[in-house]
Design a protein around this ligand. Structure first.
Ligand code: PEP
Ligand code: MG
Length: 417
C-alpha cells in the first residue's frame, strides 16, 4: 500500500521531501525509489537508519533541497559522501554511472591496506536479518538488538521463548562472535509492562539498563535465556552488553550479573557522555565497550535525534562527539580492552576510517553497508586513518570535519564512495 503523500509513479525516481516519517520510509519500494533527499530529519533519525538498511542512498538534512531540486529534473545523490548534484554535467553522470555499476561484495575479512585487522560486523534485530548478515559475509554480529522479542506484547516473553529466538540468531554464526544486547526499552521504544509511566523527558528517563533497577527479574530472565542459548550453540562466541550505561557502578553490577549466569564476556554500550569520560574506570571491570553513536550524538549535543529541525546537531561528524569517542578509546587502550562502534557512524566509509584512526577495532552496521566500508578500509593504510582522525578532531565544525577528511581521502572518490 502506498503511504499517503507519496507520488504515484511507476518509473524509478528520487524522492525529495521536506521530511519523511520513518513509518513512510519503511514502506518505500527500493526498486522504485533510487534515493531519498530531505530538507529535515537527522542522519541518525530512524528515517536515515531505515533507508540505509534498505540500501536506498539517503541524504537527509540537505537544507534547501526541496527548492533546488525541481520535479522532473535530474540529480546525482551520493548517500556516502552526502553530496547531491543538481543538473549534473555529462561527465559527472558518466562517472557516477561507472561507479553505480560496481557491485561490491565483502570477503569476510575487514582490514586496512597494510593488513591491520578491523572487524566488519553486522547489526541484526531478528532471525531474518541474521540470515541476511551471514550470507553477506559478516565476520559476526556487533549488535544483536533483542527488542523484537519484547515489543508489541502485553507481557514479557518466557525464558524458553527467548532461548529459542536468541538461539536462532546464534545458529547463523558458528565459530563467530555475536554481541547480544540486553533489553533497550524506554524513550522511543516503550513497553507496556516496563516503561509504563509517561516520563516528562523519556530520553533522559528510565530507559536502557536503567529499567533493570525497576524490574530486575526481567534482566535476570534475559541473562538466563542468553546463557541457555549460548549453551545450545557452543561454537558461537557470545558476548553480552548493556545499553545506556552511565556510571562505573552500573557497569560493575552488570558484569557481576552476567558472571552469575556464567556469561564471562560482558561489556557496556557507550551511549552517554559520562560513560565515554569514565571508560578507563568502566573497562577495569567490563571486558569491552561498544559505542552507540546515534545516542552518544543525541546526548552530547543535547539534540533530540528525532527532530528534523535539529538535524545539524544530530551529526556524528561533530568534533565534540569525535572527542568523546577519542576519550572512550583512550580508556580502552589504558585497560587493554577493545572498543567497537555500532551506531550509524560505522556505516559511513569516511567516518569509519576516522573511527579506526581513533582506535576503534570493530565496526558494526547494516549488512548492506559492509562491502563499501570494507572497500574503503582496504584502500588506506592505518597511518592514514590516524592522520584523518587528527584532522577530524581538530575541525571546528561537523561540516569542516567532513569536508577536510574527504579532501584528505581521494581514495574514496576514486572508489565512488
Ligand atoms: C545508537 O544509539 O547508536 C544505536 C545504534 O542504537 P539505537 O539507534 O537503537 O538507539
Ligand atoms: Mg541507542
Amino acid at each position: 500500500m502506498l503511504a499517503p503523500g507519496l507520488p504515484v509513479v511507476d518509473e524509478p525516481y528520487i524522492l525529495v521531501a521536506p521530511d519523511l516519517a520513518p513509518s513512510i520510509a519503511a514502506t518505500l519500494d527500493e526498486n522504485l525509489v533510487l534515493a531519498i533527499v530531505t530538507d529535515g530529519a537527522g542522519p541518525t533519525s530512524h528515517t536515515g537508519i531505515i533507508a540505509n538498511a534498505k540500501g536506498i542512498p539517503a541524504v537527509v538534512a540537505a537544507i534547501g533541497a526541496t527548492e533546488m531540486l525541481a520535479p522532473g529534473s535530474i540529480a546525482l545523490v551520493n548517500g556516502s559522501s552526502g553530496i547531491v548534484i543538481s543538473s549534473p554535467t555529462d561527465e559527472e553522470v558518466e562517472s557516477a554511472l561507472k561507479h553505480a555499476h560496481v557491485v561490491r561484495t565483502f570477503d569476510g575479512h575487514g582490514r586496512t591496506k597494510d593488513g591491520r585487522r578491523v572487524g566488519v560486523l553486522a547489526n541484526v534485530g531478528d532471525t531474518a536479518s541474521a540470515i541476511e548478515a551471514a550470507s553477506a559475509g559478516a565476520e559476526g554480529v556487533g549488535l544483536f538488538r533483542t527488542e523484537f522479542c519484547f515489543l508489541d506484547r502485553v507481557a514479557a516473553p518466557s525464558i524458553d521463548e527467548q532461548v529459542e529466538q536468541y538461539g536462532e540468531v546464534f545458529a547463523q554464526f558458528p565459530g563467530k562472535k555475536v554481541v547480544i544486547t540486553t533489553l533497550d526499552s524506554g524513550a522511543d521504544k516503550p513497553l507496556p509492562f516496563l516503561t509504563f509511566d509517561a516520563d516528562e523527558n523519556p530520553a533522559l528517563g528510565v530507559r536502557g539498563y536503567r529499567t533493570a533497577k525497576r524490574a530486575p527479574e526481567l534482566l535476570n530472565a534475559q541473562l538466563e535465556a542468553i546463557a541457555q542459548a549460548k549453551y545450545d550453540h557452543p561454537t558461537t562466541d557470545v558476548w553480552v552488553m548493556a545499553p545506556m550505561i552511565s556510571t562505573v557502578d552500573e557497569a560493575e553490577d552488570f558484569v557481576a550479573a552476567c558472571a552469575a549466569h556464567g556469561l564471562d564476556t560482558a561489556g557496556v554500550m557507550i551511549e552517554v557522555p559520562s560513560a565515554a569520560f569514565l571508560s578507563g574506570h568502566i573497562l577495569a571491570s567490563a571486558h569491552f565497550a561498544s559505542i552507540g553513536t546515534n545516542d552518544l550524538t543525541q546526548y552530547a549535543m543535547a539534540a533530540d535525534r528525532l527532530m528534523g529541525q535539529l538535524a545539524q546537531f544530530s551529526d556524528s561528524w561533530q568534533p565534540a562527539v569525535l572527542s568523546l569517542i577519542d576519550l572512550a578509546c583512550k580508556g580502552g587502550a589504558l585497560q587493554g580492552r577493545p572498543i567497537g562502534v555500532f551506531g550509524e557512524a560505522a556505516s559511513n566509509p569516511a567516518l569509519a576510517i576516522v573511527l579506526v584512526g581513533l582506535g576503534v577495532s570493530t565496526l558494526s552496521m547494516a549488512p548492506r553497508a559492509m562491502a563499501d566500508v570494507a572497500a574503503a578500509l582496504a584502500a588506506v593504510e592505518y597511518k592514514k586513518c590516524v592522520e584523518v582522525a587528527r584532522i577530524a578532531l581538530n575541525a571546528r565544525s561537523a561540516r569542516e570535519a567532513r569536508r577536510s577528511v574527504r579532501e584528505a581521502l581521494p581514495e574514496l572518490a576514486a572508489l565512488g564512495l
